[in-house]
Design a protein around this ligand. Structure first.
Ligand SMILES: Cc1cc2nc3c(=O)[nH]c(=O)nc-3n(C[C@H](O)[C@H](O)[C@H](O)COP(=O)(O)O)c2cc1C
Length: 270
């Protein structure tokens, strides 16, 4: 499926059938996790597959997920970040999203699950051989069929004219500005990227030959970096469709735009 369609259609699935993914497919997924770790290559994070999701679910019920609403998946992949560097968290999230694309292509559905408020003691008890820190899981499996009378959940998205700045005075790019740069489609679909609590904290500064990624100030550093990694992944994948084949350069500085403080997380040459 084209990345554009994929992004528009992708939705978090929070109710799964209580059917396991077959053993061969789980083994293939495990191989793919190793492939992703090798592709990234730094060893700064690892993915841990929990084939039996029940034990994890029972342990995290009431404490994992938004306000303790744990998502019950038949299986989970934990994102274990081995150190607290920004790039480890950003890249971990980037590759988690790449994993989601693969799982989706295999007919599987997913939901990110935040477990950052679970105590260290509980984490050590629940996660096998914990060496780094786990603040995010991915629940995956086959979605429960929807009740046709139930309203389809809908997560709002920012308008195309709301999140791309042309300069630090706060002037926003219009559709025509984006069209002139050939970036209208890219930003149109990028808005569908998931984010923690659907906060959509990303903003972009469109410079002459590069795009700068800014994140709204947040009291949760890790959450902002994870959301940054997710959007960086989709930017790269959507960029490929319009001939941009460059990688993000991760940086860490601050920028005030129209009196509001942002953190610069990365830039990408167009
Ligand atoms: C880093 C991250 C953490 C998330 N944590 C949770 C969570 O703990 N519980 C949950 O129900 N959804 C979680 N989500 C899903 C988001 O709420 C969801 O992606 C967002 O609301 C947009 O909805 P959509 O994915 O259906 O488009 C998380 C998403 C991200 C990217």
């Amino acid at each position: 499926m084209l990345m554009t369609n994929f992004l528009r259609e992708r939705k978090s699935v929070r109710e799964f059938k209580s059917v396991n993914v077959n053993k061969q497919l789980l083994d293939d997924i495990e191989d793919y996790l190793r492939l992703l770790e090798t592709e990234e290559g730094s060893g700064d994070f690892r993915f841990v597959l929990y084939k039996d999701g029940n034990r994890l679910y029972d342990g995290l019920k009431g404490i994992g997920g938004y306000s303790g609403v744990m998502i019950q998946g038949p299986h989970y992949v934990a994102l274990e970040v081995m150190n607290s560097q920004d790039k480890s968290i950003i890249n971990g999230a980037y590759f988690m999203e790449k994993l989601i694309t693969r799982l989706n292509s295999l007919g599987l559905d997913t939901c990110w699950v935040s477990v950052g408020s679970v105590t260290q003691g509980e984490k050590v008890r629940l996660f096998d051989d914990l060496l780094g820190d786990i603040n995010y899981l991915l629940a995956f499996g086959y979605r429960k069929p929807r009740n046709p009378f139930e309203e389809i959940p809908f997560s709002n998205r920012l308008g195309l004219d709301e999140f791309v700045y042309l300069d630090i005075s706060g002037k926003k790019a219009t559709l025509a500005d984006l069209e002139n740069r050939g970036l209208d489609d890219l930003f149109y679909y990028l808005r569908y990227a998931p984010s923690s609590f659907n906060r959509q904290p990303w903003r972009f500064l469109l410079e002459k030959e590069k795009v700068v990624l800014l994140m709204e100030s947040s009291d949760n550093r890790e959450s902002a970096l994870v959301d940054a990694g997710v959007i960086m992944y989709y930017f790269v994948e959507l960029g490929k469709a319009i001939g941009i084949n460059t990688k993000w350069n991760i940086i860490n500085s601050n920028q005030s735009i129209d009196g509001k403080e942002y953190r610069i997380v990365g830039e990408i040459v167009l």
